[in-house]
Design a protein around this ligand. Structure first.
Ligand SMILES: Nc1ncnc2c1ncn2[C@@H]1O[C@H](COP(=O)(O)OP(=O)(O)OP(=O)(O)O)[C@@H](O)[C@H]1O
Ligand SMILES: [Mg+2]
Length: 241
């Protein structure tokens, strides 16, 4: 591992504000409230990785059944059935996820081992945990949560596997996690939020932290389109009316 390679998210404007991408092997918390676009953004990250950067991805879904999620994702231009059929994009279904959850109840380090084994088996360079909050809820102990995220980061980094950890937060609060420890162990934080303007809800995205790189901290207007996630600077002219 060279340590200075960047993992391009494939979401063009996001790579621009990151100065190229996320340092490879980082574990990044993606925090947002319900409906803020976490699943869509992370799915685009996984699909673009496969189609544009020849990087395999694993999506661990602990909050929504795989079939339902795929049905929704098929509405988007980045969805690629061939990548799924070829195994370049691999969704871990709820059944497997349920087993992971059972394992978690027994031992958090077994869960880390299982996730890392899946990543190694598939040769994945990208992994999403949707959501890390679901894992943390099962642990329900700050020391164990810290240990889980820390160990996961330690194991994924030498594999050059970049992780997006979805964090479920309340709407319009400047917090990044439920337990308040997740953000300190993660290498980066991307915060999704929104505000109201003339009766419209405007989505925003901000990179709050990204260890190892100089990045923009400017808030971006975020739009969910058929083509995927679009970002633009938070200027009056860019706010849809
Ligand atoms: N085809 C589409 N075009 C535009 N916007 C869409 C489309 N499909 C869904 N959306 C928007 O995306 C939102 C859902 O995004 P997503 O599933 O990524 O949210 P989430 O943050 O993962 O939510 P949760 O925490 O509940 O899982 C919907 O509420 C809707 O506003
Ligand atoms: Mg979701």
């Amino acid at each position: 591992m060279t340590g200075d390679e960047l993992c391009k998210t494939g979401i063009n404007e996001m790579d621009k504000i990151l100065g190229g991408g996320i340092p490879q092997g980082s574990s990044v918390l993606l925090a947002g409230s319900s409906g803020s676009g976490k699943t869509i953004l992370c799915s685009e990250f996984i699909f673009r990785g496969a189609s544009e950067h020849d990087e395999k991805g694993v999506y661990i879904c602990l909050t929504e059944p795989k079939a339902k999620m795929i049905k929704n994702l098929k509405n988007f231009g980045f969805y690629d059935q061939k990548a799924v059929d070829d195994g370049d994009v691999y969704f871990l279904d709820m059944e497997v996820a349920e087993k992971l959850r059972e394992m978690l109840l027994l031992n958090p380090s077994t869960l880390v081992r299982t996730i890392v084994d899946v990543v190694k088996d598939r040769g994945a360079k990208r992994v999403v945990i949707d959501s890390v909050t679901a894992v943390c809820n099962s642990l329900d102990d700050k020391a164990e949560i810290r240990d889980f995220i820390f160990r996961l980061g330690i194991e994924l980094s030498p594999l050059d596997c970049t992780a997006l950890l979805i964090s479920e937060i309340p709407p319009r609060e400047y917090v990044f996690s439920v337990f308040g420890v997740e953000e300190f162990i993660s290498d980066g934080i991307v915060h999704l939020s929104d505000f109201e303007r003339k009766g419209n809800i405007i989505r925003t995205l901000q990179v709050v932290k990204m260890r190892g790189i100089e990045h923009s901290m400017n808030k971006q207007v975020m739009q969910i389109t058929k083509g995927g996630i679009k970002l633009m600077p938070l200027l009056d002219k860019n706010i849809p009316v």
